[in-house]
Write a protein that binds this ligand. Structure first.
Ligand code: LMZ
Length: 166
């Protein structure tokens, strides 16, 4: 097969029979709300039914791996889970430790629960970087292009759930 373009869907997928979970961390609420809305928007665009989108929140990104696993244990008919968090670098090493630990844990958790976990963790050095990646307007540069990666995560969840459902 020809090499598909990076990103985006390589064909139209019908998510009407899928059940998708979204677990999000509540830190950086404005950015999180935009990312979650973007994910839901594309899930619905790909025909995932509203009643088949299960959503749960946790205090912060550090809680995402544990919550993702327990949420799946409690909803084992989910076909994919999108774990969403926004980490913004502060003045300490806290950011690095959480970013690295959560990334590795979410990656390895897929082997345990055996369904796709879509990596929705923004690890940003500045708040503007996070706003740009969540489709929000920059207050000091209204013309700066932004793109809501939450939408990409919704599409990725449907593609992965359908392609690797066996
Ligand atoms: O510190 N910054 C952040 C953060 N810290 C809290 C942490 O995830 C956890 O909830 C607590 O340590 C309690 O376990 N959580 C985020 O999602 N983003 C941040 O930018």
């Amino acid at each position: 097969a020809e090499i598909k373009g990076i990103g985006g869907l390589d064909q139209a997928y019908d998510g009407s029979n899928l059940k998708i979970g979204i677990i999000y961390a509540r830190w950086n609420k404005e950015i999180i709300d935009s990312l979650v809305s973007g994910a839901i928007k594309n899930l619905k665009k790909l025909n995932v039914k509203k009643e088949n989108i299960l959503i749960e929140s946790v205090p912060g990104s550090f809680e995402l791996p544990f919550a993702t696993k327990k949420f799946f244990n409690n909803n084992s008919d989910l076909n994919a889970i999108i774990s969403i968090g926004v980490l913004i670098k502060g003045s300490t090493m806290h950011f690095e430790y959480i970013s690295n630990a959560v990334t590795l844990e979410l990656m390895s958790l897929q082997k345990i629960i055996d369904i796709p976990i879509i990596f929705g963790l923004l690890t940003c050095l500045t708040e503007d970087q996070a706003k740009i990646r969540s489709g929000l307007v920059l207050p000091n540069d209204k013309n700066h292009a932004t793109h809501n990666h939450g939408e990409d995560w919704g599409s990725a969840a449907v593609e992965m759930a359908i392609k690797f459902i066996y």
